[in-house]
Write a protein of this length. Structure first.
Length: 158
């Protein structure tokens, strides 16, 4: 019997991190884990919209397109939009950062095991994670584990 892989929802920062000096090695290792089948990467149209705009460097667009064959693409359902609004209503993030709230809502609603991000201000934030999970519980969802790629792919060599 094949072992079930963990489902990880990655936001745009993970893919952008492939070409950032500070984040590239851990982002690359995470993508390698996805390609090896260790993780199932879940991507939303929000990520696609953020990457496929005129301001994104070409090498990041190329990396994104290369990764897509290893990803599960999920849609933005009404339930995710409702959960996104609940995060905003509870002042976890302001409406200015609604895409960040949507990333968390999509990961939660699509039963991901983890959301992975380099966004330490609005997503991977020790003050916000329990708030996201409290709203999730209030709305009948499970808690979501939220980590940076470093935490998910760290090895003894790091």
């Amino acid at each position: 019997m094949k072992k079930k892989t963990s489902r990880i929802c990655c936001d745009t920062s993970v893919i952008g991190g492939l070409h950032d000096a500070e984040f590239s090695s851990q982002s690359r290792r995470l993508i390698d884990y996805v390609k090896a089948g260790i993780f199932t990467m879940v991507i939303s149209p929000v990520v696609e919209d953020e990457i496929l705009n005129d301001a994104t460097p070409a090498q990041i667009v190329t990396e994104y397109k290369d990764i897509l064959t290893f990803c599960e693409i999920v849609e933005v359902a009404d339930e995710a939009l409702d959960l996104q609004q609940a995060y905003i209503d509870e002042n976890i993030v302001s409406s200015k950062w609604r895409d960040d709230a949507l990333h968390v809502a999509l990961a939660t609603g699509n039963l991901c095991d983890f959301i992975v991000s380099w966004n330490f201000k609005h997503i991977v934030n020790f003050q916000k994670i329990p708030l996201y999970n409290a709203v999730n519980k209030l709305h009948g969802y499970s808690e979501i584990q939220i980590y940076s790629p470093l935490e998910l792919v760290a090895t003894d060599e790091d």
